[in-house]
Write a protein that binds this ligand. Structure first.
Ligand code: HEM
Length: 223
């Protein structure tokens, strides 16, 4: 049964939509959490500590965080796998008049694919920067994300990487949210305009909310 669903195009689109929405929920929470940086080091670092103790005493230290990490990894893998397989189908399904030319995927597929690749690379960079500290500029300190963020956005390349990724994120969510709504059957002639507006507003809020952090550091509002 699961195999039949996964093998169908609509099954893969559903997997993409649901995994995308899971990541979107995470991003809304992450963006709101990041804005606490404007309330100072004490409040921000306290929030980061709380993320590790959520659910105590039932959950052990960092258990909830690990549950979230596992859910996100499953979502990323499911999203990327179904995207790859759907784009292969999209190319193969082109009419045969293209037989002498190199087959090309549609415009939306290509921009979503490149956006997805940029975001995938960004996530790897971001974890090595602010979670493990491997590529972090300056002395990375576990448990001190406020200072770590100041270090990252005190370099020109840190600002460039994050801002480019946030713009890619906005575009990706704008189209992705809309597609997910269609796949999950929320679209209709009367609702499509509203859905487009929701997709635009959501993409804009996330992009602006995330970019506020590097801009805050660059302008000295966060110091
Ligand atoms: C300016 C924008 C961003 C800032 C300042 C930021 C900051 C941070 C910080 C400080 C952490 C570590 C939290 C901690 O260990 O307590 C973190 C974790 C994380 N961020 Fe971001 N983030 C930003 C944007 C994003 C975006 C756009 C994504 C996804 C597309 C993302 C995905 C993640 C993930 C998955 C983790 C969890 C890593 C882990 O601990 O397992 N972040 N972020």
């Amino acid at each position: 049964m699961a195999r039949t669903v996964w093998d169908s195009t609509v099954g893969k689109k559903t997997v993409m939509a649901v995994s995308g929405l899971v990541m979107l929920l995470y991003l809304v929470a992450h963006m709101i959490g990041n804005l606490k940086i404007f309330f100072g080091a004490g409040e921000f670092n306290h929030y980061a500590h709380w993320l590790r103790t959520v659910g105590e005493p039932f959950m052990h230290y960092e258990w909830t965080l690990w549950v979230i990490r596992v859910v996100l990894v499953v979502a990323v893998v499911a999203h990327a796998t179904s995207a790859y397989q759907l784009s292969r189908r999209d190319i193969k399904a082109r009419p045969s008049k293209y037989v002498h030319k190199k087959p090309r995927a549609s415009y939306a597929t290509r921009t979503m694919r490149w956006g997805g690749i940029i975001l995938g690379l960004f996530i790897v960079w971001h974890i090595l920067d602010l979670t493990t500290g491997t590529v972090h500029p300056g002395g990375f300190e576990t448990g001190k994300p406020y200072q770590n963020i100041l270090d990252t956005f005190s370099t020109w390349y840190g600002n460039v990487i994050y801002i480019v990724a946030m713009l890619a994120l906005g575009l990706h969510i704008r189209h992705g949210f809309w597609s997910a709504a269609q796949t999950l059957g929320a679209g209709s002639r009367t609702r499509d305009r509203a859905l487009k507006t929701v997709a635009n507003v959501l993409a804009l809020l996330l992009t602006v909310g995330f970019i506020a952090v590097p801009v805050g550091v660059m302008t000295g509002v966060v110091s």
